[in-house]
Design a protein around this ligand. Structure first.
Ligand SMILES: Cc1ncc(COP(=O)(O)O)c(C=O)c1O
Length: 443
């Protein structure tokens, strides 16, 4: 195993040269120490595992990341020692109340908001259906919404269905087929007096493209429209900062960022207070909890706490970080380290791919404004055949459309099996990148 390369990077953020500075202004990119990759990897049981006698290369993280042992243990400990419902006067119930409160606090640190602005749910799709229903009740005939071709179905279908029920006008933000990125001029031209909501992703789970959400949010605000951000694919790779984005909602899914199956939503407090909730009569309608329906998945909340602690612990190797650093400071530093390492992985993969014959990459060919998710096709071979070829070499990767149906259709690959998706995470090594490139070369 290897350590990632050392080196302080200059700030990359020129006002218009790098769209990442619009997406998320503060990425914590100033760290001087690299990610401690050996230590990182030692914390993941699956990375020590052998499958048919061989260790696996996990390139499947866009579908769900691997989980550190501390998260597994936290869930086990909750189930074994503290199993109870909330609101009781006895020890296990009090402990459960504390798990719920701590999960809201840690999610607030993770997304940069207040604990009462956090809503937990089954997953991102459920939460988006829930919020879209509530938002829909405040909209009326002729109001307009914008959805994006680059998004996962979970940030399209709930809005389309809500729009049909409420007689709204739907506009589609289109992609540039060459770069697999949003066509920003076309998107801007859609925003008008009746625009009420723009639903878009922070990063595409198909092409890895990062959208300039903070910038688009300024257009939305000028028109009085809300912005609903799908951060599921971005969350394992970059810092979430709802204040910097100034979005109205942002949603993620913990199983994509080293946690359990749990949806996590940020909503501006004034929206969560004003929107009607589908809730039982016994609930007093206060935050947090107004949009958390029924008994929560407490073991997943315990695992979520451990997953945020795991992410912040990545900053511990940075001697420049004061002992008194806040949890948020540690998360900022941790994502600086993650991004630095992933930039190395992206550079290596993109350089290697250029030397492979017959492959087409759907997405940005440079490391800027992207995360390490790569959509590929190879002449004369189906994406399924590629995935099988990799699986035979214990390289785990997905093929298909990954529910990014609109992108696959726009690119004209839906009918022929979509693409092969190679997705790296911070626990992958440069040696693993080479292994994947060799396997792709040997098809
Ligand atoms: C970008 C993106 N958005 C939304 C979802 C849906 O998330 P969930 O599985 O939590 O419903 C996924 C899942 O793959 C995704 O990749």
């Amino acid at each position: 195993m290897e350590e990632s390369r050392k080196g302080r990077r200059p700030s990359r953020c020129s006002q218009h040269g790098d769209l990442n500075c619009f997406a998320l202004p503060n990425q914590g990119d100033d760290s001087t120490v690299p990610l401690q990759l050996n230590h990182v990897r030692s914390q993941f049981p699956s990375l020590q595992e052998h499958y048919d006698g061989v260790p696996a290369v996990f390139c499947d993280s866009p579908g769900g990341s691997q989980m550190p042992e501390s998260v597994v243990m936290a869930m086990q400990e909750y189930l074994g020692r503290f199993m109870a419902n909330t609101g009781g006067q006895f020890a296990t119930s009090i402990a459960t109340d504390e798990v719920v409160a701590e999960a809201h606090r840690l999610a607030a640190d993770f997304m940069h908001c207040a604990p009462q602005e956090v809503v937990f749910g089954a997953n991102m799709t459920n939460l988006t259906y829930l919020i879209s229903r509530s938002v829909g009740r405040t909209l009326s005939h002729g109001d307009e919404i914008i959805v994006s071709e680059l998004d996962h179905e979970a940030n399209i279908a709930p809005w389309l269905q809500m729009a049909e029920e409420r007689n709204l006008v739907v506009h589609w933000a289109r992609i540039d087929r060459e770069t697999c990125t949003l066509n920003l001029e076309q998107l801007r031209s859609l925003i008008g007096r009746r625009t009420r909501l723009i639903a878009l992703g922070l990063a595409s789970n198909f092409s890895g493209s990062v959208n300039p959400v903070a910038h688009i949010a300024t257009w939305a605000r000028a028109a009085g429209a809300m912005v609903y951000v799908d951060a599921v694919h971005y969350a394992p790779h970059g810092l979430l900062d709802v204040r910097a984005l100034d979005c109205d909602f942002l949603v993620t899914s913990a199983y994509k960022h080293f946690g359990p199956h749990l949806g996590v939503l940020y909503g501006k407090e004034r929206h969560l207070n004003r929107l009607p909730a589908y809730q039982v009569r016994a609930h007093d309608g206060s935050l947090p909890g107004k949009f958390e329906i029924g008994t929560s998945n407490f073991e997943a909340l315990a695992g979520f706490c451990a997953c945020i602690q795991y992410i912040s612990s990545l900053a511990a190797g940075d001697p420049e970080l004061l002992i008194s650093a806040s949890r948020r400071d540690m998360i900022v530093t941790a994502f600086g380290l993650i991004r630095e390492h992933e930039r190395n992985l992206m550079t290596r993969f993109l350089e290697g791919l250029r030397n492979l014959a017959g492959y087409r990459l759907y997405g940005r060919t440079a490391v800027t404004d992207r995360v390490p998710t790569f959509a590929l096709r190879r002449e004369g071979t189906t994406p399924r055949q590629l995935a099988v070829h990799l699986a035979e070499r214990n390289i785990f990767a997905w093929d298909g459309n990954f529910y990014a149906l609109a992108v696959a259709e726009a690119l004209g690959v839906e009918q022929s099996g979509g693409v092969l998706r190679i997705g790296f995470a911070h626990y992958n090594t440069e040696n693993e990148v080479d292994t994947v490139l060799e396997a792709l070369d040997s098809v």
